[in-house]
Design a protein around this ligand. Structure first.
Ligand code: TK8
Length: 330
């Protein structure tokens, strides 16, 4: 064989090998952790996101979804993302607020009566500001999904007015706003991880809890609760967060695939939440829980001091949010 032929063959082999290495390097598996149960809009949308990313990357990027707090509580998953031990989490407003206190302001009592009012603000400058504050803490928010408007369930009595809450031991997420609201209402707020909630209710560690209908349904909380009182006391978003180190390790083309997928999945998740909520009251009643309407104006009045204390604590974001909410209602 001529020397030149050997060199050509060698170069070809090297080129093939480097192509193989490049192809191998580009194949990625990213882990996505969340805390919602099967059938929940968050769970369904995470699966939609994974499918869109797989399709959009020609099967090169695979998203491995782990739900039901299999990877730890919401707080633990956020901490894992911060230290680079988890790639992505579809998380919760309260746990985010333990790291980015401003996030709690979206849950000011009775700020939103419908999730749609919050979406407009989350997709605008205030949502962007919150994303920037989160990024400073090592959490890159790709989109704000939804968690819904929250209602109270318990095993002691129907909650009609604020005094009915007196002395009720109520599980809350580890969320400073929810804790403040229920302290103002005379309940005994007790933070417990969502994954431990069903058992805590069944064993009577706590009397009640508060969550949107979609979570009361998908996590079967109605099985271990007698009364559902429609208070609509606060809203929560679901922050969809990626680890900045994971994000930077992706090519701009792959970042685009993920951005596109997360935005489509957001629209799906929000609409699926609204769709489920519109049907769930009947199903919950059929599941055996007794439903009553709470006296919202009385609750609203009793939680006014929460606005004052958060205005003092947070400054301008509370007023910006109130103004944006008024504009959104116009
Ligand atoms: C599920 C939770 C849940 C939240 C809570 O992991 O903790 O009550 O409402 O959605 O994120």
């Amino acid at each position: 064989m001529k020397d030149s032929t050997v060199i050509v063959l060698l170069v070809c082999c090297l080129a093939c090998a480097s192509l193989l290495i490049a192809a191998e390097a580009e194949a990625r598996t990213l882990i996505l952790g969340h805390g919602a149960a099967p059938g929940n809009p968050r769970t369904l949308a995470c699966d939609v996101f994974a499918k869109l990313v797989s399709d959009g990357s020609g099967g090169r990027i695979s998203i491995q979804v782990q739900g039901s707090e299999q990877l730890g509580s919401d707080v633990e998953m956020l901490q894992a993302v911060q230290i680079g031990a988890l790639d992505i989490t579809a998380n919760s407003q309260g746990p985010l607020a333990t790291i980015v206190p401003e996030a709690a302001t979206f849950g000011l009592p009775f700020l939103f009566s419908m999730p749609q009012q919050a979406w407009q603000i989350l997709d605008g400058p205030i949502g962007d500001k919150l994303a920037a504050l989160s990024e400073n803490q090592g959490l890159k928010v790709l989109a704000w999904w939804d968690n819904g408007i929250r209602h109270i369930t318990n095993n002691v009595r129907p909650i009609k007015g604020p005094t009915d809450l007196h002395g009720i031991k109520l599980r809350t997420p580890k969320d400073p706003m929810t804790i403040d609201i229920f302290k103002a209402l005379g309940a005994n707020p007790t933070p417990i991880a969502f994954g431990e909630l069903y058992l805590a209710l069944r064993q009577g560690t706590v009397d009640g809890q508060e969550n949107p209908l979609v979570n009361i349904w998908s996590s079967k909380l109605y099985e271990v609760q007698k009364y559902l009182s429609l208070s609509g006391h606060k809203y929560e978003m679901t922050p969809f967060i990626i680890c900045p180190k994971t994000w930077q390790s992706l090519s701009s083309q792959d970042q685009e695939v993920i951005q596109h997928a997360v935005q489509l999945a957001k629209t799906y998740q929000r609409l699926e939440l609204v769709r489920q909520e519109s049907m769930l009251l009947d199903k919950l009643v059929a599941g055996g829980i007794k439903v009553n309407k709470a006296n919202q104006p009385a609750f609203h009045q009793a939680t006014k001091p929460v606005y004052e204390s958060w205005r003092k604590k947070m400054g301008t974001i509370v007023d910006d949010l109130l103004k944006a909410t008024e504009d959104a209602r116009k």
